[in-house]
Ligand binder design. Structure first.
Ligand code: FRU
Length: 580
């Protein structure tokens, strides 16, 4: 059994440390060819024998580190040259219970770790402008993953480069040897990114993640690439070693390294290309996740940008086995964490009690995140999500995600309890202004009407959940009983338009099943849909030009019985100016 908590046995075995250090003094190439793990491992079938070193098409650029997303200088009309001025959109679109930065630009979650009393959320952050320009690690803390306290910037950009994505772990046994006996150490591992180089840096914190000091012999891992980033580390108990997963981005591979001290790293294996090619592989995360009904499997998350079937950024995942040196997928299937397009760079929490698998993703997409209608701030996080593996209708294991703890934010229920809708009818309720909403809903669409001509299954029933306003804008989530599919349509909202900001998404729930269940969290410019017990999750930015003021349920083609419905406003969790 492995876990993502700290080591039980001290890895500070002097013999191992000496052996590892002397291997590393031979240099990376010698080290690779001499390690037993590298030599013994059977070839990974999909990996080229001699991978071409990554050479980005934009290799010659001198201004920006290599990553497949637009830089501030690429913004239409040189928008980044104009000072960011507060607009009404900044308030209208500010979520009240999703984490957003006070000002500036936020993308990936970083360093997700529980320190024993507080949860940390570090994040990719440009504090100077609402663009992904000069990346620091922003920081917030929480005792419930919902109410967040802003903290000072934890890791700044330095002369060595921007502070790109990475992770944090509790170094309880002092693996690094960098802490005194009575200190509880935290270690951050992240990418320093310059136009010519991406290498892995280590920093230590002796004050529970408030401030970090960079290790004096950084980088701890450098393969001479400008496309090598986003390390995540975990402690693998069966082999008593720390394991790093890190992206060789342009090569479309995830590399695995091992260490006993978090400082010296030995290459173990490479995984991929697998699943989507896209332009860059980013933000790999590996975690052992419980299977409903018993047991666990390992899940490797790999974010790809651009290259999503839905456009732009997407996180794919593979279910399999991790033996301490290689990830072996169970099959050739790739899963996508989302059926819409605004959940990216998923990261899992380290050091969770009981090994609970909890993730947060950036609620955005590189295709348009720097052009959103807000001006002084841009970027939201998803709600924390509990993850487990469940069997789908066909018996295959799949990721199921559910919001974690959001029930605790519920206010008084909004009275709304329709039980039955005949075909072609609807029922509407006004929505309270200025608060996030939590709608839980399950219904069964009637069997085909007896008066219809004979046909297969009766292609009739649709059930539509509409959030709308007096301005005629609608956001719909609809269920098609014939095919067992769910759609999400944000295209009839008029607050933002951009070529890549596409409107319609769909997912299959259970084919040939007239029953469906959804949980919807709607919070200003964010929408999260958890359908079919979390097996289908849709995350979308939404920009109505005015607040959505009513909820309508409606049927077409067939009637429906509503088994359960509950609608709650959610309390605000952060001290930010939001719509009232
Ligand atoms: C993913 C990503 C990472 C990189 C970071 C830069 O969204 O491109 O690969 O470390 O963002 O902010």
């Amino acid at each position: 059994m492995a876990d993502n908590t700290s080591p039980e046995t001290s890895p500070l075995d002097p013999a191992r440390r000496t052996a590892l250090t002397s291997l590393l003094t031979l240099g990376t190439a010698a080290c690779l060819s001499n390690t037993a793990s590298a030599a013994d491992a059977p070839a990974v079938p999909s990996a080229p024998a001699q991978p071409t070193p990554p050479r980005a098409p934009d290799h010659a650029r001198t201004a920006e580190p290599n990553a497949s997303h637009p830089s501030p200088a690429d913004q239409p009309g040189n928008a980044h040259m104009r000072p960011a001025a507060q607009t009404p959109a900044d308030t209208l679109y500010r979520p009240s219970m999703h984490f957003t930065p006070t000002i500036g630009f936020m993308n990936d979650p970083n360093g997700l770790v529980f320190d024993g009393s507080q949860y940390h959320l570090y994040y990719q952050y440009d504090p100077f402008a609402p663009y992904a320009g000069r990346v620091h690690w922003g920081h917030a803390t929480s005792t419930d993953l919902l109410h967040w306290q802003d903290q000072p910037i934890a890791i700044p950009e330095t002369k060595d480069g921007e502070a790109f994505t990475g992770c944090a772990v509790m170094d309880i046994k002092n693996s690094t040897g960098l802490f005194a006996a009575d200190e509880t150490g935290m270690v951050a591992l992240y990418t320093r990114a310059s136009p010519t180089k991406q290498s892995q840096y280590l920093a230590t914190s002796k004050d529970r993640g408030q401030t970090f000091t960079e290790y004096e012999h950084n980088p701890v891992l450098d393969i001479g690439s400008n496309s090598f980033r986003d390390p995540q580390i975990l402690f693998h108990k069966p082999t008593s070693q720390w394991v790093m997963v890190v992206a060789k981005s342009r090569l479309h591979q995830i590399a695995f390294y091992a260490s006993i001290d978090l400082i010296h790293w030995v290459h173990l294996s490479d995984f991929g290309p697998s699943g989507l090619f896209g332009a860059d592989y980013e933000c790999p995360n590996l975690i052992e996740i419980p299977v409903e009904g018993g047991g666990t499997r390992w899940v490797l998350f790999v974010s790809v940008n651009p290259g999503a079937p839905t456009g732009g950024s997407i996180t794919q995942y593979f279910i399999g086995e991790f033996d301490g040196s290689r990830f072996i997928p169970d099959d050739t299937v790739i899963g996508l964490t989302d059926f819409a397009k605004d959940a990216y760079a998923l990261q899992v929490y380290s050091n969770m009690p009981n090994n609970e698998a909890v993730s947060i993703a950036w609620l955005g997409n590189w295709q348009y995140c720097q052009e959103l209608p807000t001006q002084t701030w841009r970027g939201s996080m998803t709600v924390p999500r509990t993850m487990m593996l469940r069997r789908d209708f066909a018996g295959w294991l799949r990721l199921a995600q559910q919001p974690r703890g959001v029930e605790t934010l519920r206010g008084s229920a909004i009275p709304f309890a329709p039980r039955r809708l005949e075909a072609g009818t609807s029922v509407t309720t006004p929505l309270p202004s200025g608060s996030a909403l939590d709608l839980t809903f399950s219904a069964t669409v009637d069997e085909r009407h007896a008066s219809l001509p004979p046909g297969d299954k009766g292609r009739t029933g649709r059930f539509v959940i509409t959030f709308g306003n007096e301005q005629g804008e609608t956001l719909t989530i609809g269920f098609d009983a014939f095919s067992g599919q769910l759609w999400l349509d944000r295209s009839n909202l008029r607050g933002f338009s951009q070529p890549f900001f596409t409107g319609e998404f769909s997912t299959v729930l259970n084919p040939d099943d007239r029953h469906f269940s959804v949980r919807i969290i709607l919070d200003a410019s964010t929408l999260e849909i958890f359908a079919n017990g979390g097996l289908s999750v849709g995350t979308a930015l939404i920009f109505p030009s005015a607040p959505l003021s009513f909820l309508r349920l409606e049927t077409s083609g067939a009637g429906a019985t509503i088994e359960s419905v509950s609608l709650y406003p959610l309390h605000k969790t952060m001290n930010r100016e939001t719509a009232s």
